[in-house]
Design a protein around this ligand. Structure first.
Ligand code: GLA
Length: 388
């Protein structure tokens, strides 16, 4: 009896010791695991939730990157795995004069992205806006010749694309060159070179970095006339072997427009001619605006007030609409995840959005997923919720 008891006791003691040792390990392990899980949850951003679907990115402005705003940069690293420079890679910024180049900010962006394993969108090589006007002027002060302008374009594209070769994953090669009214936009580029400047830009970018994805980017591409023109152009380019790989839909959307059915049809139409889709500049403007009354804005203070109705906060009803709008947008994007490569917001938080100053200066807009305190909004949780 005694022996047995002793034996039992011995066994018990040894078991207890092992148990205590193991439990100590497992209790500590569990505590560690718990804290890891919490830390991971805190570190999880949209990029993680959407990792099997598409890249989720944001544009970064100079203030954020160059000051730098480390709180905002941390938020960006947590939430996004792709970045676009809001302005610094545009021709007027990076190449303001014939022999002057400004690489400091773009270099910093590419370095930041590299360090944080983020993809970079180059924005933009050829555009009618934010380009120094003197590129269209010849040495005699008259309009530049076609040869001269194309030569300038060649130098620009070769220099910029080559500098970031292998570090910029895709380039917006041409921006906003097509309108529903005219087909090719009546820009200086078109006037001097004819439509061939577009395809030449694609060839040059491809030569400079053959592995880079090359995109045609524009706004309101759900407009059937613009859409059909782009589709025909892509077909022609594919026949000729012009290296175009994707269509960028800027995605400057409003609460009510465009009709998302049309938006989805545009995605399908571009995909049907072999194009990958990037949403390149997404946001949802919640403020009223009437283009036909723009002239009144400077003279009519009362009217101006009506265009800025949410100075003191967004009413719940409008926030609900915004949330639903974002949810609907992301449902469409998820449905087409096989062709959608990337979704980039045009900024991260409401306070930093260009939409506070466009199309009218000094308004309080709420177009993004993070509020003015940089906290996630209901729209954020709706977008995240689609993946939980
Ligand atoms: C266009 C351009 C962007 C940016 C926005 C407004 O969509 O492509 O680079 O300038 O307008 O900020």
């Amino acid at each position: 009896m005694t022996k047995i008891t002793e034996t039992n006791n011995n066994f018990s003691n040894s078991n207890r010791r092992t148990f205590i040792r193991n439990s100590a390990i497992s209790m500590a392990g569990i505590a560690l695991l718990r804290s890891k899980v919490f830390a991971m949850a805190a570190e999880m951003g949209l990029k993680d939730l959407y990792k099997d679907d598409f890249l989720v990115g944001t544009a970064i402005g100079s203030r954020t990157l160059m000051q730098p705003d480390s709180e905002m940069l941390d938020l960006i690293v947590r939430e996004f795995n792709q970045v676009t420079s809001e302005n610094a890679m545009k021709w007027a910024s990076i190449h303001p004069k014939e022999n002057e180049w400004k690489f400091e900010e773009p270099d910093k962006l590419v370095e930041f992205a590299g360090k944080n394993k983020m993809a970079v969108q180059g924005h933009v090589l050829v555009w009618h806006s934010q380009v120094p006007r003197d590129i269209f002027t010849g040495p005699d002060g008259n309009q530049a010749s076609k040869e001269l302008l194309l030569k300038r374009m060649e130098t620009h594209i070769q220099t910029v694309v080559d500098r970031y070769k292998g570090r910029v994953n895709s380039w917006d090669v041409v921006n906003e060159a097509i309108t529903p009214e005219d087909g090719f936009r009546k820009s200086k580029w078109l006037e001097i070179c004819g439509p061939e400047y577009l395809e030449k830009a694609f060839y040059l970018a491809h030569e400079a970095d053959p592995k880079c994805e090359l995109i045609y980017n524009d706004y309101n591409e759900e407009d059937p006339k613009r859409r059909d023109f782009i589709v025909e152009l892509v077909k022609e380019y594919k026949k000729k072997g012009v290296p175009i790989h994707g269509i960028g839909l800027q995605g400057h959307l409003n609460l009510e427009s465009p009709d998302l059915k049309l938006w989805e049809q545009a995605i399908e139409a571009y995909a049907s001619v072999g194009m990958k889709i990037s949403i390149t500049e997404l946001e949802v403007d919640v403020l009223p605006y009437d283009w036909s009354r723009s002239a009144e804005i400077s003279s009519n203070a009362a009217y101006r007030e009506t265009l800025n109705p949410y100075k003191d906060g967004l009413p719940k009803e409008i926030d609900d609409k915004l949330t639903k709008r974002y949810e609907d947008i992301f449902k469409i994007l998820l449905k087409h995840r096989d062709v959608v490569d990337r979704v980039t917001f045009w900024g991260a938080s409401d306070d930093l959005s260009w939409k506070n100053n466009f199309p009218m200066r000094g308004r309080t807009n709420y177009p993004l997923l993070f509020d003015r305190q940089h906290k996630p909004k209901n729209a954020y949780f709706a977008v995240a919720g689609l993946k939980k």
